[in-house]
Design a protein around this ligand. Structure first.
Ligand code: ADP
Length: 334
């Protein structure tokens, strides 16, 4: 596949012989930099000073509630809308960067129903001077066997993959995928996930907008959380979970769970939440022991539920009611 064979000749790589290799690498310019990006639509502030730096080869997940500014940010980064502030994609302003170095799958994209997958990819390949082979792209998006099927007769997942294919014909170095898996079935999602993983393994920088936290947790090296036009948190899924999602915990449910009895049985501090008793910081390996100790103490329990914090917890905390408290904590993290 041609993208895997691409030689990364980075024009920003430091060539000064006196600079050591490790230092030289740190000199590599990011694939994408945004500084204090602002955008208003009349009285609506869509982007309120977004700053961001995405290194080459990173998969960056962009999440946030509807209206947070994700589409406006993607449009600003791809030069399809004007904004204030400074943006550099591959070292150039978005509207100046060579078209064949960037790929974009917009959120709404509806090709003609009666084009086959091959005709669709061929059409887009025709827009570039030096496109990838159409068969290569069809193969990458898993549509080689259905290449001659009309778009309208492809499954939802296949349709979306065909659309992703249109963004791959130019073998982009930076690829924007705006909600690539919305509305497609689990099998379709998984095959798109492997495609993104392959692209990332080949060195493509991917900016992925999504409402699916499991998708972002699986694919993204780092996640940026937008709310009301502001980037309120940026970090790897692990860091965000560790910092914001709280501990793994065991919830003990029942009509009359005695919190004091649980605390005494475990010789630990417990919390009462919504009528249940919660024991924080219980590792999965300790669940059996904790359950046995609670039962041995004769506590009247209906059920035990163990939860591990995930990116969804981060999302809910940072975009939900706890926002004010959390934004205050975030200070130095942007
Ligand atoms: P998201 O993609 O996160 O849902 P958007 O970027 O679409 O958010 O929207 C951010 C804010 O800007 C919202 O308040 C939205 O209503 C507003 N907005 C977006 N596009 C336009 C537009 N073309 N005209 C007026 N307001 C817009």
């Amino acid at each position: 596949m041609d993208r895997f064979a691409r030689t990364k000749q980075n024009p920003y790589f430091a060539t000064d012989a006196s600079v050591g290799m490790a230092e030289a690498r740190s000199e590599i310019a990011p694939a994408l930099v945004a500084q204090n990006v602002r955008k208003r639509y009349g009285d609506t502030v869509a982007l309120d000073g977004v700053s961001l730096s995405i290194p080459e080869g990173e998969v960056f997940g962009l999440v946030g509630p509807n209206g947070a500014g994700k589409t406006t940010l993607v449009r600003s980064l791809t030069g399809t809308t004007r904004c204030d502030g400074e943006i550099r994609v591959l070292g150039a302003a978005p509207s100046k960067v060579e078209a064949d170095r960037v790929g974009l799958l917009p959120q709404s994209f509806h090709p003609a129903d009666r084009l086959s997958a091959r005709e669709l990819i061929e059409y887009y390949a025709g827009l570039y001077d030096d496109p990838r082979s159409v068969d290569g792209v069809l193969d990458d998006v898993g549509l080689a066997a259905d290449a001659d099927t009309w778009y309208e007769n492809l499954s939802g997942g296949q349709q979306r993959r065909a659309c992703v294919g249109t963004a791959l014909v130019n073998d982009p170095e930076v690829l924007f995928l705006d909600e690539p898996t919305t509305g497609i079935d689990p099998a379709g999602r998984r095959s798109l996930w492997s495609l993104v993983e392959d692209l990332a393994a080949g060195g493509t920088t991917v900016i992925l907008t999504s409402h699916s936290m499991d998708e972002v947790e699986r694919l993204a090296d780092r996640v940026g959380l937008l709310r009301d036009g502001e980037l309120v948190a940026v970090g790897s899924p692990e860091t965000l979970i560790e910092t914001h999602a709280g501990d793994s915990h065991l919830r003990i449910e029942g009509r009359a769970v005695d919190a004091e009895a649980v605390a005494a049985a475990l010789d630990a501090t417990v919390e009462e939440r919504d009528g249940d008793v919660v024991v924080r910081n219980v590792a999965l390996a300790d669940v059996g022991r904790v359950v046995a100790e609670v039962e041995a103490a004769g506590v009247d329990v209906e059920s035990f539920t163990w939860s591990e914090p995930n990116l969804e917890d981060v999302y809910l905390r940072l975009t939900g009611d706890a926002l004010d408290e959390t934004v205050a904590e975030l200070g130095g993290e942007r």
